[in-house]
Design a protein around this ligand. Sequence first.
Ligand code: SF4
Length: 287
Amino acid sequence: MFAHGVTLVLLGPDNRSCSGRESRTSWLKLSLTGAMRSIDIGDVLVLRTEEKSVLVDLPAWARLAGHELLTVADDGDGAGPWRLAILRGAPESGRNAEDTGGLHLRNRGAAREPVVALQQFHCNLACDYCCAQSSPKADARLLPLELARTVVDEFAAQGGSELLITGGEPFLHPDLGAIVGHAEQVPVVILTNAMVFEKGRRRQTLESLDRDRVTLQVSLDSAGPALHDRQRGAGSHARALAGIGLAKQLGFRVRVAATLGEDELGSVDLLHAALTNLGVVPEDRLI
Ligand code: SF4
């Protein structure tokens, strides 16, 4: 079928264990980056997946990484699984946008929706489904401040509209405040588990951030503590709610993302009530 070498990657059902779109996207990118590096430039990687969101996420990733999406074939009757063939391209000269000194950069839909995500892997939690394989024991791979400044400058010069900072846990980065401060005019979304900024230096960092420009996004796995604590660690649900409450008290916009399984759907009203109590407005609830 192809004039090139072909490598097949199977995604799923493992990728379904990633909770939320951002997590699945991170997992997809990490997996594909490794797979593409294992084949030669000009060879083709065939990806087989049962996860429909890959059809949306993969073309943007391939564009950014300099690869070419050749075909998308549906092996089912419109419901997948799907096979996607990706031709490995040559890296651009200079810095590789995929991996810069252990830092992962992502620019989603560069032409229409300039967004860059700066990712590091140090985390206070070790969630059992973590797509970035972050944990207190993971190699921190902290984003160097100078590199972050360079990336942010390039991003702003291209008309960047929103900066996403993710992890790992961004508040573990000692230079988070400086990175956000350097972004100056660009709105910033920090994806945080909201558990580490109650006091000390991280509290100072939080309080130093610009409320008009910074949004905190926090994920919850369930309305009550049972599932969230099972997946993220004992007490993590209560601490996340406390962190959300603190951020709201300090005047931040807080967005809460919650992916509820079918057996959790009965608790949606409970979750909305809890978020109302914390001051999270309905438009900032991604449930
Ligand atoms: S909180 Fe940390 S360990 Fe859990 S999913 Fe997020 S980055 Fe991974």
